[in-house]
Design a protein around this ligand. Structure first.
Ligand SMILES: Cc1cc2nc3c(=O)[nH]c(=O)nc-3n(C[C@H](O)[C@H](O)[C@H](O)COP(=O)(O)OP(=O)(O)OC[C@H]3O[C@@H](n4cnc5c(N)ncnc54)[C@H](O)[C@@H]3O)c2cc1C
Length: 405
């Protein structure tokens, strides 16, 4: 019997044992932690790095997101950051020699009210000034891009047009995690699972290591990439963060032939839909309003998102839901991320990506690695500092970030 079993698959990375000290410790082995470790090693020659993950690698939001990638954010700072990320997505599979199944099938952001239309047209113009491919489409043009969309006048909120970003799309999130983990490990990074950070070692106002469920680890520098748990981890170092964590859920239908050629999002009726590579319809909505750390969401969100989906796509009415799940997302009150030094020496934070950090994975890793290596921000992430919450230089992306991911 044993001979008939397939051979054990070759692992993509080694499961390392923690050493007593590293030049850099990254807390959190999701996409952002792995990307940061990869860029530290590949671009800055810092290879004595450990990624500490309390569960299994990329088992948090990295495994739970709906994998939408786009860069059509309103403000210059965001457009620069997300557009850099999108161009990195376009070349990263080759750089890491791993197919992410990055499918640039375009994203439509629907407008259903005059307010939506004004905001969307303004965003398209702002995007173009920043070199982001963006178009404003009439309802008829929207229908050409997505023939199954209902543009009839007889629904609660008829489609009045949409912004369209043709280079946007979806990728396979587990492939992204595996590619980054494999290359980081090849470059010498230790990827350590089942290792929860439970405290910080400090020398005055300087962090010198972490307490973990697998013992003390000394570190020259510590970078936090703990997404939904960022404020809890930072609190252990005595650093309050302007972050609230909320459940965010999504669901998939049973498998279908290809019927949905693009990604459709609607802030107004609160649903977004794409079709996964395998054929499931992938649907999401907004966050649950209450603060929480349970990886599941409230039922009324699903009910409302299904009502909105069926109104926009009547042919989905007979589809069955196969699976629902939730994650915990870290939101800031300007709906923009924090990639920053902190008031505590040698402690750095990358968080606040909320509902939209998958698309930011390459740029987050790239800019956060730069910030850690040089002890100062890269020009792309300088505006995304913690200080903006004191100075008031907020980057309000609620319009572009709301339901949209
Ligand atoms: C349902 C859903 C849909 C989404 N859809 C999209 C989308 O379509 N497009 C998009 O751009 N974004 C989307 N997002 C958001 C995106 O998933 C996140 O912003 C992004 O994944 C966050 O970065 P990360 O991958 O590093 O997070 P995570 O994968 O959550 O990584 C953080 C890691 O830190 C670990 N950790 C926490 N505390 C500790 C500790 N004390 N010690 C050690 N490790 C610790 C966690 O276990 C976790 O693995 C979605 C999120 C959800 C939940």
């Amino acid at each position: 019997m044993a001979e008939q079993l397939p051979e054990h698959p070759e692992f993509l990375w080694e499961n390392s044992e923690p050493k007593s000290s590293y030049d850099v410790v990254i807390v959190g082995g999701g996409g952002h932690g792995l990307a940061t470790a990869y860029y530290l090693a590949a671009h800055h020659g810092i290879t004595n790095v450990a990624v500490l993950e309390r569960g299994w690698l990329a088992g948090g939001n990295m495994a739970r997101n709906t994998a939408i990638i786009r860069s059509n954010y309103l403000w210059d700072e965001s457009a620069h950051l997300y557009e850099r990320s999108l161009s990195m997505w376009e070349q990263l599979p080759e750089e890491l020699d791993y197919d992410f199944l990055f499918s640039q099938r375009g994203v439509l952001n629907l407008a259903h009210t005059l307010g939506d239309v004004r905001e969307s047209v303004r965003r398209v113009e702002a995007n173009r000034l920043n070199g982001v491919d963006a178009e404003w489409l009439t309802p008829e043009e929207v229908k050409e891009v997505c023939p199954i969309l209902n543009i009839g006048e007889d629904i609660r909120y008829p489609v009045m047009g949409a912004t369209y970003q043709p280079r946007a799309g979806i990728a396979k999130h587990d492939h992204v995690a595996w590619a980054l983990a494999r290359r980081a490990a090849e470059l010498g990074v230790d990827l350590i699972q089942n290792c929860e950070v439970t405290g910080f070692l400090k020398d005055g106002e300087r962090v010198v290591g972490v307490e973990t469920s697998r013992g003390r680890i000394h570190a020259g520098k510590v970078g936090l990439c703990a997404a939904g748990h960022s404020s809890m981890v930072a609190e252990l170092a005595g650093l309050p963060l302007p972050i609230q964590s909320h459940p965010l859920q999504a669901l998939v239908s049973e498998l279908f032939e290809p019927v949905h050629p693009t990604v459709v999002m609607s802030n107004h009726v609160h649903v977004y839909v794409s079709q996964a590579h395998k054929g499931e319809l992938v649907m999401g909505a907004g966050i649950d309003q209450y603060v929480g750390y349970g990886q599941r969401g409230a039922f009324h969100i699903i009910e409302e998102q299904m009502a909105a989906a069926v109104e926009l796509f009547p042919i989905f009415a007979r589809a069955h839901v196969l699976r629902t799940w939730g994650g915990v997302v870290d939101t800031t009150f300007d709906a923009s991320p924090i990639i920053s030094k902190t008031p505590i020496d040698q402690l750095y934070v990358n968080c606040g990506w909320g509902t939209g950090g998958f698309k930011g994975t390459p740029a987050a890793g790239y800019t956060f690695a730069h910030t850690i290596a040089h002890d100062e921000p890269h020009p792309l992430n300088a505006p995304f500092s913690l200080e903006r919450f004191e100075t008031g230089f907020l980057i309000d992306e609620h319009g572009a970030a709301a339901v949209a991911h």
